[in-house]
Design a protein around this ligand. Structure first.
Ligand SMILES: O=C(O)CCC(=O)C(=O)O
Ligand SMILES: [Fe+2]
Length: 325
């Protein structure tokens, strides 16, 4: 009880812009989105077309997986391409993630695509279907749907950047994406004064993240990472809406105009479940400042870099090395 009172008395909730994906005036959506991306890089989307039933089912299956005995979960321990299960305390300790376990899965290549056997498209590892019937099918269906929504957002994002609506849709971009989905389960109490978090402060690496959370508060954003005394605000989960945040690839494309905002998750003693879906362009897309985001007086701030090189560097910085499999 004390925990809740404490949280309520210090709570500071960030109001975020809401983008309606069913709005037929896409140019107006582009204008709203541009403002949101310049202000804080976090916004909500509604009318996304993902049914509440599917979302509930994914959360239910996620809860079932994390409720398995640890020895069963360890059978699908994450492999060298990060797919599979990461127990609490094992992953990403450099950022103070202590109270979270996760399951990671990504786009699987068929081997036919131009990216062939690239590590970003390797096969997933799945829990035993006898223990969790329908689990894989639910996850695959949700992955597909989440990607569809991200592609729709990418169209409005292109307009917000004064580019052609289809700019991010090519096979070099989100037509052939690197798309990872992560099931997260937080438990326990965070203590920022001791560096203990559900998820320590970080920015996401890719283009954008479509985030589904349950109703337990925990996610916080810091709109200005450069001030000495950082101000953290909670982001509320809104029924029927997804939270979307931009990642560092988008910040680079936009020459820093669009923000990849610092965020973290505090545990308050309750179980909390969330599902971020991370989207980046294809592995061999060269990420460089868009023509509309640079000028003589505002030259490109970041060197061009291949998406796979960039993501590999960032994963290395933010994950402890793997000694298994
Ligand atoms: O659990 C959340 O609400 C956010 C998770 C997150 O930021 C991440 O996994 O990158
Ligand atoms: Fe994140």
């Amino acid at each position: 009880m004390e925990t809740k009172t404490e949280l309520a008395s210090t709570i500071n909730v960030s109001p975020l812009t809401c983008i309606d994906l069913a709005n037929s005036d896409v140019h107006q959506s582009g204008v709203s989105l541009k403002q949101a991306c310049m202000d804080c890089g976090f916004f909500y989307v509604i009318n996304h077309g993902i049914s509440e039933e599917l979302k509930d089912e994914v959360f239910e299956q996620s809860r079932k997986f994390f409720a398995l005995p640890l020895e069963d979960k360890m059978k699908v321990l994450r492999n060298e391409t990060h797919r599979g299960y990461s127990p609490a305390l094992e992953q990403n300790q450099i950022h103070g993630d202590h109270n979270k376990e996760s399951f990671f899965m990504g786009t699987e290549g068929t081997g036919e695509e131009p990216h062939g056997d690239n590590k970003f498209y390797r096969p997933n590892t799945w829990p035993d279907s006898d223990a969790l019937p329908g689990w894989r099918e639910t996850m695959e269906k949700y992955h597909q749907e989440a990607l569809r929504v991200c592609k729709a957002i990418a169209r409005i994002m292109a307009l917000a950047l004064d580019m052609d609506e289809s700019y991010f849709g090519t096979s070099e971009m989100v037509g052939n994406p690197i798309a990872y989905m992560r099931l997260l389960h937080y438990e326990g109490m965070s203590d920022p004064s001791r560096g203990i978090y559900g998820c320590g402060s970080h920015t996401d690496h890719g283009m954008m993240t479509l985030l589904a959370t349950d109703s337990v508060m925990g996610l916080q954003i810091c709109k200005d990472k450069d001030v000495k005394l950082q101000k953290w605000e909670y982001v509320r989960s809104v029924k029927g809406a997804y939270i979307v945040n931009l990642g560092d690839v988008m910040e680079r494309w936009s020459n820093g105009l669009f923000k990849s905002t610092l965020h973290r998750v505090l545990g308050n003693g309750q179980d909390r479940y969330s599902i971020p879906f991370f989207v980046s362009p294809s592995h061999d897309c060269v990420v460089e400042c868009l023509p509309t985001c640079q000028s003589k007086n505002n030259p490109s701030k970041y060197p061009a870099i291949r998406c796979s090189t960039y993501l590999t560097q960032r994963y290395k910085e933010s994950h402890v090395s793997l000694s298994t499999k």
